[in-house]
Write a protein of this length. Structure first.
Length: 219
């Protein structure tokens, strides 16, 4: 049976409800093989990454789940995204997500365009009505575009799927979990992909192959 890989989740390090350990425990019980904890960061809190990594080491040394440290660069000036992505990597983050131009929040314009050009960025989360030229740049730079399981952010899943498939950019399906009820099983995640308009084959790529490719690249 396929195990779930979810590369966008929040803990108490930002606005999530759970400690990294509880998030990992909940994910393990829901048959996840790998999760990335990607708390919101700007310059004020990016230096907490080593604390997150300490908790993650306890988990990975003792439990049968792979937890990957990450960040989600969120609502920052566009001009500092590349600097923060580089800094996050230096501090040990393996998965760098950028909080894209979702339809449900006033994310500053230009965030999508900057994120897809940045070599340290792995995933552009919930990119809203992303422009085709940015999807093309994302493909070129191996930045995956996110299909979101989260209310609000998911409003543009159809648009992202359509352009992503047309251009051939990598897509990933993440939950952006903030609380225990947000976690989704493999089967539930599959339905989100199908609902967004992915084919059965593309859903499997977005749930298995593409996340694995990202993790492998940043090992
Ligand atoms: Zn949040
Ligand atoms: Zn998020």
């Amino acid at each position: 049976m396929n195990k779930r890989i979810d590369l966008h989740m929040h803990s108490l390090f930002s606005d999530g409800e759970l400690l990294p350990s509880e998030l990992a425990r909940r994910a393990y019980v829901l048959n996840h093989s790998t999760i990335a904890i990607t708390d919101h960061v700007d310059s004020s809190n990016i230096s907490t990454i080593p604390n997150l990594i300490e908790a993650i080491e306890d988990i990975n040394d003792n439990w049968d789940i792979n937890v990957v440290p990450g960040v989600e660069i969120t609502h920052t000036p566009v001009e500092v995204i590349a600097k923060l992505a580089k800094k996050a990597r230096k501090l040990g983050a393996k998965i760098v997500v950028v909080h894209g131009e979702t339809l449900s929040e006033p994310v500053i314009e230009g965030t999508n365009h900057e994120a897809v050009q940045c070599e340290d960025v792995d995933i552009l989360a919930h990119p809203g009505l992303i422009r085709k030229e940015d999807v093309e740049i994302a493909k070129e730079n191996n930045v995956a575009l996110e299909i979101s399981g989260r209310k609000g952010h998911s409003l543009s899943n159809g648009h992202v799927t359509k352009l992503g498939m047309e251009v051939g950019a990598d897509l990933v399906i993440n939950t952006d979990s903030h609380s225990p009820d947000d976690l989704l099983s493999f089967q539930e995640s599959k339905l989100i992909g199908l609902g967004a308009g992915l084919t059965e084959k593309e859903v499997m790529k977005a749930l298995v192959d593409n996340p694995k490719k990202i993790i492998k690249k940043r090992e």
